[in-house]
Design a protein around this ligand. Structure first.
Ligand code: PLP
Length: 526
């Protein structure tokens, strides 16, 4: 493909994407294929010679599209939204076009600096406690003691101030910032919430091992490792359990209360029992908006315990974190001031395409200490004064993810993004009310954001059969969850431009299938 053809094909591709999204509702939401469907449709070996672009594009419709689950479809209500917007797609395109690999500041200064600034923008948009952001002399000097968060109230006050970019940061010069009593937080973009939680766990593990070795220099790392315990709730995402597998630490999944919330008392009792056994608690991973039912752990009660016990407190707000750009939802973040780290995924609910996970830490040196290796070929002369994000995560090579954030936030503005979140929350209420009009159903948990959890009254089997029937129809797609032994159906508002009409259509499809499921159930029993 030469330059001229690239220009032509690029424009055609944009048209293809725009048409796909415009006419997506003409398609079945889930594919009707079986595992292995693709192999017989494609040649066994890669082509020896160049093929025509038209032929490749034709095969997209013939072979690929039949196997696509259409996440942007108005009847897609599974999981959580998969962020998507035109500015974000174009940001991704530019990122691919410039084709850089931004592992250190020197590897592409704009990649690192834009990432830092975007994390600051979002941190302020969601009113993160100010300690999570790099020190900013102009802003922070003004702060009063009781104003702990970097509240973005409505209209944008902030003339963006980039002075923090000149702060001495990173790679060992931590005393400078610590001595000046500056907050030493910061944020980074990682590939997934799972990665953020793993990285938080590794940082917490290193910190605890280092602290223990200071008080007992003869103890081996392995002896400490064997005793470490992380706590989370039964409703935390399975990535916490997975992080525990990778980090080789115990993970205790604690029960939740009747509001599906992990409470301080439950945590406290478990910590005490573990300490009596000689184990070493080191981390609590709380959730702000669980995957199962968008419930909230009691961050305040948990945070106080973490502070008392000197445990790292991570908060996972993968989905719900985006709602914090709206002031009216910030009540859910009460207690976040205790957290050591926080993650949220703009690629879920802030119109960014995958991948785009924000991760902030209160003490960046705790993270860097756990992640740094420094071979000669990666060193550069600005290392003492610049951020090198290779020390902030598992991967060395890093995509220029900040571009899509920059394009999207600027294109929508904070107001546009707030409107999008508020619409989804409003529609969830519309759907909740529809469900409540039919006495065969019950709502489980509170509908606070864009997720509605419901079930057919009666046995779990009934709701399970209903969901199977709905998903098999290809008319709508939802996934289940289990909360306190109840099988529930999760209805997430996902489509970017979801409407009231979409809620009514979904409700009618659900009702129709409920009619036949209940009729069949009755027939079997009589
Ligand atoms: N945490 C929560 C609360 C989630 O809802 C999810 C996914 O839905 C995850 C973590 C895992 O996200 P990721 O796929 O980015 O690893």
């Amino acid at each position: 493909m030469d330059d001229a053809e690239f220009r032509r094909r690029g424009k055609e591709m944009i048209d293809y994407i725009a048409d796909y999204l415009l006419h997506i509702s003409d398609r079945r939401v889930t594919p009707e294929v079986e595992p292995g469907y693709l192999r017989p449709l494609l040649p066994k070996n890669a082509p020896k010679k160049s093929e025509k672009w038209e032929d490749i594009m034709r095969d997209v419709e013939r072979t690929i599209m039949p196997g696509i689950t259409h996440w942007q479809h108005p009847r897609f209500h599974a999981y959580f939204p998969a962020g998507n917007s035109y500015p974000s797609i174009l940001g991704e395109m530019l990122s691919a076009g410039v084709g850089i690999v931004g592992f250190s500041w020197a590897a592409s200064p704009a990649c690192t600096e834009l990432e830092t600034i975007m994390l600051d923008w979002i941190g302020r948009m969601i009113a993160l406690p100010v300690d999570f952001l790099p020190f900013d002399p102009n802003r922070d000097d003004e702060e009063s003691d009781d104003d702990e968060s970097c509240l973005d109230t409505d209209d944008d006050d902030d003339e963006s101030n980039n002075d923090h970019l000149h702060d001495p940061v990173i790679n060992g010069d931590n005393n400078h910032e610590r001595k000046q009593n500056r907050h030493i937080g910061g944020g980074v973009l990682l590939g997934s919430a799972s990665e953020c939680i793993l990285v938080a766990m590794l940082a917490a593990r290193t910190k605890k091992i280092t602290d223990k070795r200071q008080s007992d220099p003869l103890i081996e790392d392995g002896q400490i490792l064997a005793k470490l315990v992380c706590y989370t709730s039964k409703l935390a995402h399975s990535c916490v359990e997975k992080a525990g597998l990778i980090a080789m630490v115990r993970v205790r999944e604690l029960p939740v209360d009747e509001n599906f919330s992990l409470r301080g008392k439950t945590l406290d009792e478990c910590i005490r029992a573990d300490k009596e056994k000689g184990l070493i608690p080191f981390l609590v991973s709380g959730t702000l908006g669980t995957t199962s039912c968008c419930s909230y752990d009691n961050l305040e009660e948990i945070g106080e315990i973490c502070q008392r016990e000197q445990l790292w407190f991570h908060v996972d707000g993968a989905y719900a974190g985006s709602a914090l750009i709206c002031e009216e939802y910030r009540y859910i973040m009460k207690g976040l001031q205790y957290a050591d780290s926080f993650n949220t995924n703009p690629n879920k609910w802030l119109l960014m395409n995958f991948d785009c996970s924000c991760f902030w830490v209160r003490d960046k040196f705790a993270l860097i200490n756990a992640m740094s290796v420094d071979p000669l070929y990666l060193q550069h002369k600005h290392a003492q004064h610049a951020v090198d994000y290779r020390h902030w995560g598992v991967a060395l090579s890093r995509r220029f993810r900040a571009l899509k954030l920059w394009f999207t936030i600027r294109s929508y503005g904070i107001e546009g993004l707030r409107h999008y979140i508020r619409e989804h929350c409003r529609l969830a209420k519309v759907f909740e009310l529809l469900i409540r009009t039919d006495s065969r159903f019950e709502i489980i948990g509170n509908v606070t954001l864009g997720l509605v959890c419901f079930r057919l009254k009666g046995s779990n089997k009934l709701s399970q059969t209903l969901l199977l029937s709905l998903n098999d129809s290809g008319l709508i797609h939802m996934v289940p969850s289990m909360v306190n032994d109840l099988y529930i159906i999760r209805f997430a508002i996902c489509a970017k431009h979801a409407t009231d009409d979409d809620m009514h259509v979904a409700f009618h499809v659900i009702q129709e299938h409920a009619d036949s499921v209940i009729a069949e159930y009755r027939a079997q029993r009589s």
